[in-house]
Design a protein around this ligand. Structure first.
Ligand SMILES: Cc1ncc(COP(=O)(O)O)c(C=O)c1O
Length: 399
């Protein structure tokens, strides 16, 4: 089974660490691993402070809240994103203003950004889609500075190649199960901006942690998902997966409340020590995973570059997923699933997932034409895969 969406990061060593922690409940809520994980993260962002949360969306919510913006302030965010970015904005009574994407790195388009600025624009969120470096990064940063907007870089899709960026505002990270490093749930704010550090520090110590059954399910996820992946080809995995989801043993990435278009306070919590334990194991092999992702991207560029006239600006970076645009996307996804190859469709709606109420999110149809077009064609190839698995994916296109 080759999977882009289901537990792409979880390997046997992750499953073992998680399984052991299941029998050490005294380590689940608080512990020294939180400090150790924080220090490891700080080594990627020297001179910055790291604040952990239960999810990337929780990090964004608390960051925006700490800015104490007047109600109705505008937050510029790109279309071709997910609801986890938009719900915190709406929950705080702020107004998301959607900026179209450019076609090279699927990040904010500079011209459209300039058109959508107003005197109410207070925050600008730049997304590194799949981990690609936005082609207008410098210009967008300058625009934020010129217009006195608070600058947030959304590094949920990866931060391996971002050291050259000066984060003079803040960055938001995610350690969700489908991201570069997985602690199943997790997120962080990275900043060196002193103006709101104090309030974030006190928030960190006072924030509620998720309930014990929630932490139990986080720990169960890694061994369970590894078992499912290993036995999927023999049907057993498929059955166990179905049962686990239906009886709630696997907590979905997007809650029922979020699917209805509401911010879910259950995911707005502090990060439990159990997640820090899982994160530390992933951090221990971060270089190895990044190298693998980089190798995948290089090979996809080389082999698929012959087939696709215009590849995205992937630049041999260790991307979370390798994007390609195909005409018959949904048909292809279904067809290759029969071969046990599950490709991704981030993002198949301007604010994903499909079915999310765009009207409620304040998106005006036709306001981001490029994003709307890309949503129908985008296909994501997995990058955290072996050479053999990569060859199977490449073969799909060569046929
Ligand atoms: C671009 C982007 N930013 C932020 C998030 C939020 O991360 P989390 O799922 O940890 O809340 C996501 C989630 O998929 C995302 O795709």
């Amino acid at each position: 089974m080759i999977s882009t969406d289901f537990a792409p990061n979880e390997k046997m060593d992750d499953a073992i660490v998680s399984f052991k922690t299941l029998f050490q409940p005294w380590k689940w809520r608080r512990g020294r691993e939180l400090t150790r994980a924080k220090n490891r993260m700080k080594s990627f962002f020297p001179d910055h402070e790291v604040f952990f949360f239960l999810s990337g969306r929780s990090a964004l919510y608390n960051l925006l809240q700490a800015l104490h913006l007047p109600k109705g302030s505008e937050v510029l965010v790109q279309a071709f994103t997910c609801e986890a970015v938009v719900l915190p904005i709406l929950a705080l009574g702020l107004k998301p203003v959607y900026v179209d994407v450019e076609s090279k790195t699927l990040s904010m388009d500079l011209d459209d950004l300039k058109k959508k600025l107003s005197n109410k624009s207070k925050v600008l969120i730049v997304q590194r889609t799949f981990g690609m470096e936005p082609i207008f990064l410098k210009e967008i940063q300058e625009e934020a500075k010129k217009n006195k907007m608070f600058y947030i870089e959304d590094l949920a899709h990866g931060f391996a190649d971002t050291n050259k960026t000066s984060l003079n505002g803040a960055a938001v990270l995610s350690f969700g199960r489908t991201k570069t490093l997985s602690s199943v749930f997790g997120g962080a704010i990275i900043t060196k901006n002193k103006s709101f550090m104090k309030s974030l520090k006190s928030l960190q110590t006072s924030m509620d942690l998720p309930p014990i059954p929630f932490i139990f399910k986080i720990l169960l996820y890694k061994p369970l998902s590894v078992f499912i992946k290993k036995t999927y080809p023999f049907l057993l995995g498929k059955i166990i997966h179905k049962i686990s989801v239906s009886i709630g043993l696997i907590t979905p990435e997007i809650s029922i409340r979020e699917k209805r278009g509401e911010f879910d306070p259950l995911l707005n919590r502090g990060l439990p020590n159990a997640c820090a334990i899982l994160l530390l194991n992933q951090l221990g092999k971060f270089q190895k995973i990044s190298t693998k992702r980089r190798e995948s991207v290089k090979e996809y560029e080389e082999k698929l570059g012959v087939i696709f006239k215009n590849l995205f600006h992937t630049q041999s970076a260790p991307l979370l997923r390798f994007p390609v645009a195909v005409e018959n996307r949904d048909e292809m996804v279904k067809k290759v699933a029969k071969k046990q190859i599950f490709l991704g469709v981030w993002y198949n709606q301007v604010i994903a997932p499909k079915g999310f109420n765009l009207n409620k999110a304040g998106y005006i149809p036709g306001s981001c034409k490029k994003a709307e077009e890309v949503c129908n064609q985008i296909l994501n190839l997995p990058t955290n895969v072996s050479k053999k698995e990569r060859a199977r994916v490449i073969q799909l296109f060569q046929q």
